[in-house]
Design a protein around this ligand. Sequence first.
Ligand SMILES: *Cc1c(COP(=O)(O)O)cnc(C)c1O
Length: 375
Amino acid sequence: MEFIDIQAQYMHLKKEIDPAVLDVMASGQFIMGNAVTEFEQEFARYLNVKHVVSCANGTDALQLLYMAWGIGKGDAVFVPDITFIATHEPACLLGAEAVFCDIDPVSWNLCPKALEERIIAVQKEGRLTPRCIVGVDFLGNPCDWDALAELADKYGLLLLEDSAQGSSGFYKGKACGSFGHAAATSFFPTKPLGCFGDGGAIMTNDSELAEVLRSLRVHGKGTSKYDNIRIGVNSRLDTIQAAILSVKLTHLERENALRQNIADTYTKALFPYCLTPVIEPCSKSAFAQYTIQLKDTAQRDMLMDALKQNGIPCLVYYPAAQHQLPIFKETVWAKNVKFPHSVNYVERSLSLPFSPYITPEDQQKVIAVLLEALA
Ligand SMILES: *Cc1c(COP(=O)(O)O)cnc(C)c1O
């Protein structure tokens, strides 16, 4: 059994993916071939946004946005304490500081109340300029985008959606990847929409921003890549990956329906014994992962052992909050601040094997081992 079975997905889609890849091979257009623009347009239509600017990975997508917005030294970027470091790492690389905010105990996403407290704390300290709020659709569950947009407006901040885990998620009828002033996503193989290597994209309705991003991803090009008008990077989505993504995009909604079913089956079996995911009625989760919370660390570790003994993979995703990481734990935004809900999450959470193509037999085996260990 795999934790996320991407091979099973390939076997299901092989008939469509193989010819798409062979077409690119035959065309020889490996860099910025037609398939790249085609995928950008298809994804933009799916998300209902004006522009999709693809790039080499999700971390670069975030970095390109921070660069385009001129975020750097003296700036504060507000992020949830539970996320992957890539959410804010590129902002730190550019000289900004990440300000960690506790999560909501139910949705496990950036808590608007904790966020506002941190914005006020940064204003009080007076050393940094608050610039940007980053909401992460953690585990595929959409953020409270209305509340985050309200705070961004109130304090005059940019709002960025990190939808790396959110593709196929929806909030109040709008697709994840279409919120904020811009969104960044990842096509890492195990994400809800993944390619067969690295890939990423930025989504925005801001045409001026999209033009700057298209320049930044090709060495700050002007009319051509030998007419450089700014310092940029080299960050492009491979044509082969774009061709694969176009095929996978046509299956995204169907696969999300499979994910919903598998999540429902887990929840029905497990909710009497542990905390199962809570998705608001106005939201549809992308279910990038299926994660439960146990009574305490001891119970969680006991279950991990039981699963391991039965050859079932599982993961603590993530094993540390951002404020606990060696690189951040001595910063002012990690010290002297309490993060009760993110610490609770790290100590008690457990992610189970989950993918659209997990077999009913495998899922029942996971459930049986869990129920036996919990009894
Ligand atoms: C995966 C991920 C990223 C980074 O994406 P890469 O394509 O691996 O660079 C950023 N943010 C979140 C929340 C992620 O899960």
